[in-house]
Design a protein around this ligand. Structure first.
Ligand code: FCB
Length: 441
């Protein structure tokens, strides 16, 4: 870690933390919440590394006041959380469940009282299970259902949420959820999963207009990006790198920014007018970044046009993800160079790392690797700003150790350690470090 002081950030830069409903809330059946695809998946034997479920998770649903106090202690100016669709519409259709919305109403008011901007994501992968039973995102109708849910939510919270995010990482929901089956809903469709890309994007576009009708707050989407590092130098390696880049980095962003689908990746389900709906202007592009991806040509009989290979030569997190802060700078500069004036303002909506943090004999949790990680990534953001990229915020993933999807409780991403038996929260040394970065602004 460099010892030179962290450079200053522009006035008004948004400092935040990020979480998602399913990973922290628990209270799986409280106040009329319906089941989501993640409840079904987590309760299916063999799907989750430690055989856990998120029925309780961080019990944030009952402890949100304590968690808002932790945020206030950090001095953040914004909190990115997600709203559980199955709390708002337990069956994914029909009238809103007022008790479900009440929870977010209280959370939003508590955040505002603490001087923290509520940033709400509408879909962080927890689709109501009844919608999955009619095809989920493979079914075009789900896009309309999503817009209806956006409307109900904005009718209640649209006067106070300061930034709306429609979808979280539609690429990951496509690839892990529907192509390779590692995440809920556990479908293994490989390239036949493409309708899921288009219907998510269509749902996004329809939700943008539903949100605009109810709220004057800016609207965004949070995409996951991963710069491609090509292994090998053959034409086949080059083609593989281009294909992976199109899939991971362009499939969702090209059509959002009015450029249609990348060549060769046109989902067959597109109808007239869809691309205009999808290209409805957004105010902010949310960028989630964890690491670059190594890619080379696939074996001959591979069903995919690329092969993903581990990146050598970098430190690694407990998830075995390589730590490459410069990848974030490259990504931001690359987005600007690719989309030029079509690119809106950017906020980093997720950035963080998992380590095996545990309390020491004195009960303190030291996580120097996380401090080094965040330090490096913040400097990378600052470097991109210096190169003229309009980046206006940074949200650490995550406030709390939480339930990390198929990894269960085995991956700790928090600035705050959580003992999942007692629910005791212990701020780690990275919490104090992040607070000091914010205080200095
Ligand atoms: C992102 C997800 C988030 C969390 C982090 C580690 O892909 O959006 O929920 O799982 O990865």
């Amino acid at each position: 870690m460099t010892t030179t002081p962290m450079p200053a950030f522009p006035t008004g830069f948004r400092w935040g933390v990020s979480t998602s409903a399913y990973q922290i809330e628990g209270a799986a059946t409280a106040d009329g919440r319906g089941p989501s695809i993640w409840d079904t998946f987590a309760h299916t034997p063999g799907r989750i590394a430690d055989h856990s479920t998120a029925d309780v998770a961080c019990d944030h649903y009952h402890r949100h006041r304590e968690d808002v106090a932790l945020m206030a202690g950090l001095g953040i100016s914004a909190y990115r959380f997600s709203i559980a669709w199955p709390r708002v519409q337990p069956r994914g259709t029909g009238a809103a469940n007022p008790a479900g919305l009440d929870f977010y109403d209280r959370l939003v008011d508590d955040l505002l009282a603490a001087g923290i901007d509520p940033v709400a994501t509408l879909f962080h992968w927890d689709l109501p299970q009844p919608l999955e039973e009619t095809g989920g995102w493979l079914n075009r109708d789900t896009a309309d259902r999503f817009a209806e849910y956006a409307d109900l939510t904005a009718a209640r919270l649209g006067d106070r949420v300061k930034l709306w995010i429609t979808l979280n990482e539609p690429f990951v929901h496509l690839s892990l959820g529907h192509a390779t089956g590692v995440h809920a809903p556990g479908r293994f469709l490989l390239l036949d999963a493409f309708p899921v890309a288009h219907h998510q994007l269509l749902g996004h576009g329809l939700a943008v207009s539903a949100l605009r009708a109810r709220s004057t707050s800016p609207v965004a989407i949070a995409n996951n990006y991963s710069p491609v590092v090509r292994y090998g130098d053959t034409d086949a390696d080059r083609a593989a790198a281009l294909a992976y880049d199109a899939l991971h980095n362009r499939l969702f962003t090209d059509p959002l920014l009015g450029q249609g689908y990348p060549p060769g990746f046109d989902p067959a389900v597109v109808r007239d007018g869809d691309l205009d709906v999808i290209a409805a202007p957004i105010d902010v592009l949310g960028v989630n970044y964890y690491n670059p991806t190594g890619v080379r040509a696939p074996e001959q009989d591979s069903p995919l046009p690329f092969e993903v290979v581990p990146l050598d030569g970098y430190p690694r997190t407990a998830f075995d993800w390589p730590v490459v802060p410069d990848g974030l700078r490259d990504l931001l500069v690359g987005l600007r160079d690719r989309y030029l004036d079509a690119l809106p303002e950017i906020q980093i909506t997720e950035s963080g790392c998992a380590y095996d943090d545990a309390p020491d004999a004195d009960g303190r949790v030291h996580d120097p690797e996380r401090i080094a990680y965040l330090d490096g990534h913040l400097r990378a953001v600052r470097a991109a700003i210096d190169e003229g990229v309009d980046v206006t915020g940074y949200f650490v993933w995550s406030l709390l150790d939480n339930w990390e999807w198929a990894e269960g409780f085995t991956k700790r991403f928090g600035l705050v350690h959580v003992d999942f038996d007692s629910q005791v929260r212990t701020p780690k040394s990275s919490y104090a470090w992040y607070r000091d970065q914010i205080v200095r602004r």
